[in-house]
Design a protein around this ligand. Structure first.
Ligand code: F6R
Length: 256
């Protein structure tokens, strides 16, 4: 895992945007895994400002709430069109999100996995992290081998996401999420975490044991994960000085 600590979230987002832009420029038909929530908003703004060519890019989102129609203001479909897709020249047919209204959810999930494989697999997967360590909506005790499926949100996640819905009662109980196995199959994972409320989950994910109690810790098994943090999210890392030194002394060919 590469840990990149920046003084602010804005600085971290600028470096992360360069990483995404490099992939989009070097492979115009790249397959990107997208995330939602508060964390990626600034990164998406940076990417829009870079005016990249998204015509041949394919995307797969991590998750969607069960029961929400794509047009619902809090659906992740709406989130993605509002915050990224409508600002870039992506082809609608290349955009994929789980269907929260699928009648046969297991059948839909198997199809989503087939679609990812048919697209050639995900080149770059963006991830946020929940306060209890979830990636996608793989809540604590999710199987580390899991594939796309329905999950039940924990009370903590529903509480954390109540800010988007106005009240906790309105947050759906279920979601469809890529599995941890699905995420581990991607070629490069980029995990963003900002703010002190993520510090505990980040320390456990990066420096703790690999355990389904912190699903993000499964990224220790991934061959290529880059973690972007601000100072607050990095605060509980024991080896933070080491990570800073490594980043500051990267050879030119490795620089982002
Ligand atoms: C969203 C997702 C979640 C969020 C996580 C953090 O698509 O997969 O894992 O990344 O819940 O959410 P925020 O960014 O709102 O703190």
């Amino acid at each position: 895992m590469e840990i990149i600590i920046q003084p602010t979230a804005a600085a971290a987002n600028r470096v992360a945007a360069r990483l995404f832009a490099n992939v989009i420029r070097q492979k115009p038909s790249a397959v990107l895994g997208m995330a939602t929530g508060g964390t990626p908003l600034a990164l998406y703004r940076e990417l829009v400002a870079l005016q990249l060519d998204w015509r041949k890019i394919t995307t797969f989102n991590l998750d969607e709430y069960v029961g929400l129609a794509p047009a619902h203001s809090q659906s992740y479909h709406s989130f993605m069109w509002e915050n990224l897709f409508r600002h870039v020249n992506i082809a609608r047919k290349n955009v994929h999100l789980p269907d929260g209204r699928a009648k046969d959810i297991p059948k839909f999930c198997a199809k989503y996995e087939r679609q990812i494989r048919a697209a050639g697999g995900i080149d770059l997967q963006l991830l946020g992290i929940g306060t209890e360590g979830h990636i996608g909506f793989n809540e604590p005790t999710s199987s580390l081998a899991s594939r796309t499926r329905i999950k039940t949100l924990t009370p903590q996640t529903r509480k954390d996401n109540a800010r988007f819905f106005g009240s906790e009662e309105q947050v759906p109980h279920h979601c469809i999420t890529m599995g941890i196995g699905t995420i581990l199959d991607t070629r490069h994972c980029v995990l963003l975490a900002f703010g002190s409320n993520k510090a505990r989950a980040i320390a456990a994910a990066v420096e703790g044991p690999v355990t389904s109690m912190n699903p993000a810790s499964a990224l220790q098994l991934h061959p290529k994960t880059t973690v972007f943090l601000d100072e607050a999210a990095a605060a509980e890392l024991k080896l933070q000085d080491y990570y800073r030194w490594v980043y500051d002394h990267k050879p030119d060919w490795q620089k982002i």
